[in-house]
Design a protein around this ligand. Structure first.
Ligand SMILES: Cc1cc2nc3c(=O)[nH]c(=O)nc-3n(C[C@H](O)[C@H](O)[C@H](O)COP(=O)(O)OP(=O)(O)OC[C@H]3O[C@@H](n4cnc5c(N)ncnc54)[C@H](O)[C@@H]3O)c2cc1C
Length: 394
């Protein structure tokens, strides 16, 4: 393997994980992040075995389990009575079946662990305040240009710059984003504000007409994470930082189960955020001869399978392996893309399908849909059983 100088635009979960995979494989990496400081928002994130394999490969699996929560099960309930419609195990069974655990974390904890790991490989690997605006490439290398007029040179460039990727736009052209009709509320509540043991340490999904709610614990059980999906015609920004009035959150879930009311009542009134969810059709042409993309930049997804970050983490591992297989950069980028497009497109499509499953209009429709479908068996078959460290690259 020829060690390469690799530039990464974006220090999100995907960019940081890729950087460590590549440095561990012997490459020299520089990450350029537009923000003035590294960080993540106060929300939860679920990491299943398929991504945990990579985090264990990077040596941070133990730390992740320490700061996270291992939920006992995935539990689908009706929105008002709380009746359990279906459940599947996520605890020992998930690990036995797939060789790594399912962990629920605070996003900031995961981001911090990934950044610390990358800095162990190379202390000055992250460059802040560097907004990428475009690139050029030739036979000798690639140049990444920044908004402040500066530039950086390398052998390979990876766009890990998220949903509105500048690098992706230059490779693919504009990707059309269509509003799904859903917004995602985000609230976190410290457990001391909640009744003792009022909700089991499981992944709860409450499904109702026009919406669903996902609730799980993070930070060793100290914080309850609430994500509320609602159908709405009010389109706003795709952003983790846009606040909406608490009263509107309360109204959106009027009549829902007392558990939901307790969480909403315990939330800080000025700390309710809402993200407008948009769909982007999967694309298959991610690379030029020296440049490629990963994570949301390549395959933005709806959150209905909780796999956006997991896919971003898988991408970095497969890319590092592909670069180890051939010394021709464009062949390695082709190999990476070829081995990622089908899986990521399937996840994006299945996530879109799950929106329908979670928002059926009546209890009878929900019961019938789940009677026909074993969600756990389906996911175990192809989603969680993928191991990016060992999957054959063809
Ligand atoms: C409500 C909701 C719940 C979710 N839950 C889960 C879950 O449970 N599990 C899961 O796996 N996924 C989940 N996801 C998806 C997950 O959040 C994303 O897929 C993941 O964060 C993508 O990571 P990324 O590194 O590709 O992009 P990002 O996290 O968006 O990071 C991109 C980085 O690039 C930087 N950047 C952007 N433009 C530039 C530029 N021009 N120059 C330099 N830097 C730039 C940004 O500042 C940022 O730091 C959820 C998403 C939503 C909306």
């Amino acid at each position: 393997m020829t060690p390469r100088k690799i530039l990464i635009a974006g220090a999100g979960l995907g960019g940081l994980a890729a950087a460590s995979c590549l440095m561990k494989a012997g490459h020299d990496v520089e990450i350029y992040e537009q923000a003035p400081a590294l960080g993540e928002v106060g929300a939860g994130i679920q990491i299943s075995a398929n991504a945990m394999h990579v985090l264990r490969h990077l040596g941070i699996g133990g730390e992740i389990e320490r700061v996270g929560v291992r939920p006992a099960a995935y539990v689908f309930r009706l929105h008002d009575t709380g009746e359990v419609i279906q459940q599947f195990s996520l605890s020992e069974e998930h690990e036995q079946q797939h060789g790594a655990p399912y962990v629920q974390l605070h996003r900031a904890d995961l981001h911090e662990l990934l950044a610390a790991r990358a800095r162990e490989f190379k202390p000055q690997v992250v460059h802040l305040n560097r907004k990428a605006v475009g690139f050029s490439e030739d036979a000798d290398g690639v140049t990444l240009r920044f908004a402040d007029g500066s530039a950086a040179q390398g052998d390979i460039l990876i766009g890990a710059d998220g949903l509105k990727s500048v690098i992706g736009r230059q490779i693919l052209g504009e990707t059309r984003a269509t509003y799904t009709g859903d917004a995602a509320w985000r609230v976190t509540v410290p457990v001391e504000r909640l009744p003792r043991d009022f909700l089991d340490q499981v992944m709860n999904v409450f499904m109702g007409p026009g919406g669903h709610v996902v609730c799980y614990y993070v930070r060793g059980g100290a914080i309850l994470n609430f994500v509320g999906l609602v159908e709405t015609e009010e389109v706003s920004e795709e952003s983790w930082t846009v606040k909406f009035p608490w009263d509107q959150l309360k109204a959106d879930y009027a009549g829902w189960h007392p558990t939901i009311q307790t969480v909403i009542d315990a939330a800080d009134r000025d700390q309710c955020y809402r993200w407008s969810l948009h769909n982007r059709a999967p694309r298959r042409n991610w690379s030029t001869r020296r440049v490629t993309i990963l994570g949301d930049a390549a395959h933005a997804t709806l959150p209905y399978l909780a796999q956006g970050a997991a896919m971003a983490i898988e991408d970095g591992a497969v890319l590092a392996r592909a670069l180890g297989r051939t010394d021709a950069v464009h062949e390695a980028l082709d190999l990476y893309q070829r081995n990622r497009v089908d899986r990521t497109a399937r996840i994006v499509e299945q996530s879109t399908q799950n929106r329908k499953l979670f928002h059926l209009r009546s209890k009878e429709e929900i019961r019938q849909a789940f009677a026909r479908r074993d969600e756990g068996a389906e996911r175990n078959k192809w989603l969680y059983s993928y191991n990016p460290m060992t999957v054959e690259l063809t």
